[in-house]
Design a protein around this ligand. Sequence first.
Ligand SMILES: O=C(O)[C@H](O)COP(=O)(O)O
Ligand SMILES: [Mg+2]
Length: 423
Amino acid sequence: MAGITYEDFIDLSYEPADSDLVCAFRIAPAEGMDVADAASRVASESSNGTWAALPTGEGFTDMGATAFAIDDGEVAAGETTEIRVAYPAGLFEPGSMPQILSCIAGNILGMKAVDSIRLLDCEWPEGLATSFMGPQFGSDVREEIFGVSDRPILATVPKPKVGLSTERHAQVGYEAWTGGVDLLKDDENLTDQDFNPFHDRLVESLAQRDRAEDETGEPKSYLINVTAGTNEMLERVDQVAAEGCEYVMVDVITCGWAAVQAVRERCEELGLAIHAHRAMHAAFDRLPHHGVSMRVLAQIARLVGVDQLHTGTAGLGKLANEDTVGINAWLRDDLYGLSDVLPVASGGLHPGLVPDLLDATGTNVCVQAGGGIHGHPDGTHEGAKALRAAVEAYAEGISLESKADESPALATAIDKWGTETPR
Ligand SMILES: O=C(O)[C@H](O)COP(=O)(O)O
Ligand SMILES: [Mg+2]
């Protein structure tokens, strides 16, 4: 009977088929393991092989992956190099992100054949990419929900991030909306706690939203965090639609991609957009040589169908960022006709950072500031006015200093924070 060993998973002359999923990894081969062996172990363990030679023959379809490129075949122990692996389409269950990740980001992340391994990038073939729903609205939310095209949409998270009563949370929303932000956003760890129950918060915040819309004449919306176990989360999605909100927010990493897929299906029926918070992404992407890159996490988020995704602040905010600009470009590029995703810049932003941020990201984004609004010396309403003035200055092509002459709120914010990056 014919058999396979891990050495059968490398072929440097292989040219990937159009239907293959091609993944780039950075690997550090373990002591005593040469690069080619490590690369073939990666291809083997992530497709249909294991550490031992295996029987094949009748009743076996070869779903083996092929390591077909190695950047540096002579890499020394403790150093890294990039490899590329091609996976045949038949290995994957179409439309199942958990199954795909159990291959390309599964056992190999802990395999002793490598000291470290990072999934850097994927080239998604059309068949696999279009087996997912993709976003329902993508960056069209700006026009469709807010009628805005010349500036970023603006969001704010009430702070402190948890502990505010429902009444105070909704009041903070009212002050922020009337000050000029478009979206009130829940924080990632606010869901349904005793101090601020989900349904009460939904109803009271939307009542304040309606008031703010009447007073300002602008559309406003609310990113309410529906994150929970999947069944409960779907119940909450239904409640959000029933109360007349346009969005739900989901902590996509902590609740898991299969749950996000379930939310996406329900949101198709209900016409709701999905705002994706990426809390916990850094467990996968912060160490540069190991894990799964934010770029790949963003690709997954687009495929499963979120409309807005936190992708960082191009290094300007309080959180470590990986290539915000490159990731945002990928989210906007054509992907077999799937909608794009609106990038959200969040984490330590304040008005003084707006010009540099928008120079880096462009204006087709959502800018979120929590502390940068509620920490304003004159409170939330003035903080929101300052952020709005900063993005308007950018759209008008004038400096923050000139705009501050006509916006005391912005002048106060600049006075307090300048253009410094917080930590
Ligand atoms: O969830 C978020 O995006 C953060 O709460 C941002 O808060 P910050 O603007 O105060 O950093
Ligand atoms: Mg937060």
